[in-house]
Design a protein around this ligand. Structure first.
Ligand SMILES: [Fe+2]
Length: 420
């Protein structure tokens, strides 16, 4: 099996558009990964950003430390080499996380907005906020070039989602509400509006290693958004995808293309009919490998049930037909959603805290404790850590262990959304 290459220029001609949509539909259900070529992103926009990557990763340690993710409650910023693990094994890469530049909306004392019912005191709103930018003097022009790339990818992602809607037989602009404020939607009566979501972009470096079985990043599904648009820089291979027959196939770089795949939220929205396909990256042995995944964001207060309501029965029916044999591998991949986490912001917050415990401990423990402390003792015990949560806030207490933190956050999120 090979990953299909879709020629997006076929969308412009009414005589070739149906074939493109059929190929997209088939690829979505068969493998969940596609290459796209002849897309709308100009070459110079890509080249301008990729030219910066070696310089960005060569910044002195003092600059990298200023940009460290530990300095951001929004989980943006720098992570050093092999600081993250997947399935218990070190990922041999370093990375900068950026996002759509947005103001902070989280306010622990917020009152519920009358019309929208939006409550900015919920913990997950703290995920939203501005970037940590490198000093302009260190990398002149970087921010402008990055923002041009961000805007071009944002445009491409909207264009691609329109194709997905048409391919799936979903009414045009159904998903537009999730990305564009209500008043800008042209097709009329909408029951709910969302804040425009925050896209995320990783700038990744996989340094060449002498270990031929090194893990660049371990097997995972994408959790950061709706769809992922990956640009693979240069010619160094490494990306592999798990097929339904439980075999890994390579997805090498092809000049001028992006690789597109579906995230966990899409899988949840289609009740598993469209898979968030498992993939991994082998650490390169000859040359450094760089890549740039763009994760198309979704509103934090969007509920999986809201999206499911948009999915036609024809898509849900596919669920029974796509059961594959790869579950053996998949059982180890952490589940994005369970029954308690209907809201995407809650799932996102848990995901970020799991992968960056130090950031969670620094920026979220106190807030979580405030929610949990106001619970009666009986309810605290329902999902609470073995230690009393108040002890986490005490100066001399040892910090919460990862499992304790997740339990604490689970309870805090449930409480902040009035579900305990
Ligand atoms: Fe990924």
């Amino acid at each position: 099996m090979e990953i299909p290459i879709l020629n997006l220029s076929l969308a412009k001609d009414p005589t070739t558009r149906p074939q493109l949509l059929k190929d997209l539909y088939d690829a979505t259900f068969n493998i969940g990964f596609v290459y796209i070529k002849n897309h709308s992103v100009p070459n110079f926009t890509i080249d301008n950003l990729t030219d910066f990557l070696p310089k960005l990763f060569d910044l002195p340690n003092s600059s990298k430390s200023t940009l460290s993710k530990i300095n951001s409650p929004h989980f943006v910023g720098y992570n050093g080499y092999a600081e993250e693990k997947t399935l218990g094994k070190q990922d041999l890469r370093e990375q900068f996380d950026f996002a759509t530049e947005l103001d902070v909306v989280y306010d622990e004392n917020a009152q519920v907005e009358g019309g929208s019912g939006r409550d900015f005191s919920k913990l997950y709103w703290r995920l939203r906020g501005p970037n940590l930018w490198p000093d302009e003097g260190d990398l002149p022009g970087f921010r402008r070039v990055f923002e041009e790339y961000h805007d071009a990818l944002s445009k491409l992602s909207f264009e691609f989602v329109e194709l997905v809607e048409e391919a799936f037989g979903i009414p045009k602009d159904t998903f537009k509400d999730f990305f564009v404020p209500k008043q800008q939607v042209s097709n009329g009566q909408k029951s709910k509006s969302y804040l425009p979501p925050q896209h995320r972009i990783k700038l990744l470096k996989y340094p060449a290693t002498s270990n031929p079985s090194g893990q660049g990043v371990g097997p995972h599904k994408d959790s950061s958004g709706w769809l992922t648009f990956l640009y693979q820089v240069g010619t160094e291979p490494g990306l592999e995808v798990l097929t339904k027959t439980n075999t890994w196939i390579p997805v090498p770089p092809i000049p001028g293309t992006f690789v597109v795949n579906f995230g966990n939220a899409f899988e949840a929205a289609t009740e598993g009919a469209v898979r968030a396909t498992v993939h991994k990256v082998k650490a390169p042995v000859e040359r450094d490998r760089y890549s740039i995944p763009f994760f198309m964001g979704l509103p934090l207060d969007l509920r999986v049930s809201d999206i499911r309501a948009c999915m036609p029965e024809s898509v849900r029916r596919k669920r029974g037909e796509v059961e594959g044999d790869s579950k053996g591998e998949e059982v180890e991949i952490s589940k994005f959603l369970d029954g308690r986490w209907d809201c995407l912001g809650e799932s996102q917050l848990r995901k970020w805290i799991r992968s960056h415990e130090d950031v969670g401990r620094k920026w979220y423990v106190d807030e979580a404790c405030i929610h949990v402390k106001s619970l009666p003792q009986r309810e605290r015990k329902l999902g609470c850590p073995s230690r009393h949560p108040e002890s986490f806030s005490q100066k001399d207490a040892s910090p919460p262990k990862p499992n304790e933190m997740i339990k604490l956050f689970d309870l805090a999120i449930l409480h902040s959304t009035k579900r305990v």
